[in-house]
Write a protein that binds this ligand. Structure first.
Ligand SMILES: NC(=O)c1ccc[n+]([C@@H]2O[C@H](COP(=O)([O-])OP(=O)(O)OC[C@H]3O[C@@H](n4cnc5c(N)ncnc54)[C@H](OP(=O)(O)O)[C@@H]3O)[C@@H](O)[C@H]2O)c1
Length: 337
């Protein structure tokens, strides 16, 4: 099969198609023929050698895909050949075929395109875990979403809106501000041209109940200060952290800018700081199934759909990565067969 086998880290051009053997499902796995692959920021970090959960090279990157089940392991009981499924995993989806444990293959959603099905799992699960499982949002609460025009951010705006929260969101351009407004943000902010705290204060918002933080550095510090008592902040990423293990010049700024929690300060303000990495769900069957079920039900009840920003062809993986890295991308980037 054709797949992107990562043999060295570096710029997007290191992503090259190889011809390798089609995988064979183990007894508890399904094999799918992919129709669309969802691209994630973690895969950019992984390609650059900055992702701590990446396996040893060579490996096929990619955490999610949508496609048709074409073969079953001997002990698989929950799927049949021909099922359309959304699959998750820590790596392995950047290929024509993808093997995953049967319980990590969830039913495709009828009425969603192949792209929308491939865009759902990682982004909506991350936003769901942050907003609901850790943030425990209540209707009417005020929430701030950073990188609000991106894959996770746009999912969080949609979910927060559907939960009846007041949604404030930041992003890095006026086009993204317009989009966040369309997605349902009550106060969308271009943080490159305006200080997001001042903008919120200008709207009479002195503090918020919840922040979804994926940037790090000053954004993290300012966001902590925005929380009012019983406020919750969930760290789901740190896109601005420059850490490169092999480059000592990045070690000090990384230490300085990495989000840190001071328990005494948290106690003084009575706030909660949480962090999540949904990759842990790939090793927790019961928890994962429960969380996916809750998220699926909510998405169906509120008729939500992921925002697909741009679709690339399978041989354009390097372009897809470069585009996401350019920070011009909005919503989910998809690679489609
Ligand atoms: N914890 C988890 O399990 C989990 C799962 C999925 C994703 N994530 C994290 O969630 C974040 C969003 O992921 P995504 O896949 O949906 O990507 P994305 O939001 O579609 O793209 C990343 C965005 O991050 C923003 N950003 C802010 N500062 C940045 C910087 N210094 N360098 C690069 N980008 C910067 C950019 O938007 P602006 O320029 O508009 O700010 C950029 O478009 C990432 O940090 C990712 O690692 C975490």
């Amino acid at each position: 099969m054709k797949a992107y086998l990562l043999t060295k880290t570096g710029k997007p051009e290191v992503l090259k198609i190889s011809n390798i053997d089609k995988p064979t499902p183990r007894e508890d796995e399904v094999l799918i023929r992919s129709e669309a692959i969802g691209i994630n920021y973690a895969e950019i970090l992984s390609r650059k050698g900055q992702y701590q959960w990446a396996p040893d090279k060579p490996y096929i990157p990619g955490m999610e895909a949508y496609g048709e089940v074409i073969a079953l392991g001997s002990k698989v009981t929950t799927h049949k050949v021909g099922d359309k499924v959304i699959c998750g995993g820590q790596f392995g989806s950047y290929g024509e075929f993808f093997c995953t444990k049967e319980w990590l293959a969830f039913p495709g959603i009828q009425g969603f395109s192949a792209e929308e099905n491939a865009a759902l799992l990682v982004n909506f699960m991350t936003a769901w875990v942050a907003l609901v499982k850790l943030g425990r949002l209540n209707e009417g609460e005020q929430i701030l979403i950073h990188a609000g025009a991106g894959g996770v951010g746009s999912a969080a705006i949609k979910l927060g809106n559907a939960m009846g929260c007041k949604v404030y969101a930041t992003a890095g351009s006026d086009e993204k501000v317009k989009l966040m407004k369309e997605l349902g943000a009550d106060i969308p902010i271009n943080y490159r041209t305006q200080d997001f705290v001042k903008v919120l204060n200008g709207h009479g918002v002195e503090s918020v109940d919840f922040v979804l933080e994926v940037v790090g550095g000053e954004v993290f510090k300012k966001s902590i200060n925005l929380l009012h008592p019983f406020g919750r902040l969930v760290v789901a990423g740190y896109a601005s952290i420059p850490y490169k293990k092999w480059n000592p010049f990045t070690w000090w700024p990384t230490w300085r800018d990495a989000p840190k929690a001071q328990i005494m300060d948290m106690a003084k303000k009575s706030i909660g700081i949480f962090a999540t990495h949904i990759g842990y769900l790939t090793g927790r069957e019961q928890v994962a199934k429960q969380v996916v079920r809750e998220m699926y039900d909510f998405v169906a009840e509120h008729k939500l759909k992921p925002l697909v920003g741009k679709t690339f062809a399978f041989d354009q993986m390097a372009e897809a990565h470069a585009y996401m890295e350019s920070r011009k991308s909005v919503g989910k980037i998809i690679v489609k067969f």
